[in-house]
Design a binder for this molecule. Structure first.
Ligand code: FE2
Length: 129
């Protein structure tokens, strides 16, 4: 058995888990989630994810953003609802999509920086009938 082999989840940084040198990267790498606190079931609403300010060069940039939904009563979470690859220099790490939710859910946004790894943020959205 490989003793140092971490679970993948332990490789994802978040503001709560950041310590030491990682703390200086929290502000520039944690995805910002702009979404309503409450929505109606099965009604479209907009969600915006952005990262930064962050460098956007060939050597250092945000390369990918993914959005997952974890439904409150679903047995197997999460659901991948959006995934976007970003090209350095040309593409800025900001996207807006429309979602529909069936039930109260937690939205997870994951950003990947080629130098500083994976960064997570999350927001609960209450779904009212
Ligand atoms: Fe970075």
């Amino acid at each position: 058995m490989v003793i140092n082999m971490k679970k993948f989840a332990e490789l994802i940084y978040s503001p709560e888990s950041a310590t030491g040198e990682v703390l200086s990267k929290v502000e520039s790498h944690t995805p910002k989630i702009i979404a309503p606190d409450k929505v109606k079931a099965n009604e479209e609403f907009k969600i915006k994810i952005s990262v930064g300010p962050h460098p956007n060069t060939v050597e250092h940039s945000i390369r990918k953003i993914e959005i997952y939904v974890a439904e409150k009563t679903r047995k197997f979470n999460p659901i991948l609802v959006a995934s976007i690859d970003l090209i350095p220099i040309y593409s800025e790490p900001e996207l807006e999509i429309k979602l529909k939710l069936k039930e109260t859910s937690t939205i997870y946004a994951i950003a990947y920086c080629n130098l500083h790894g994976l960064w997570e943020n999350r927001k609960e959205i209450i779904v009212e009938d």
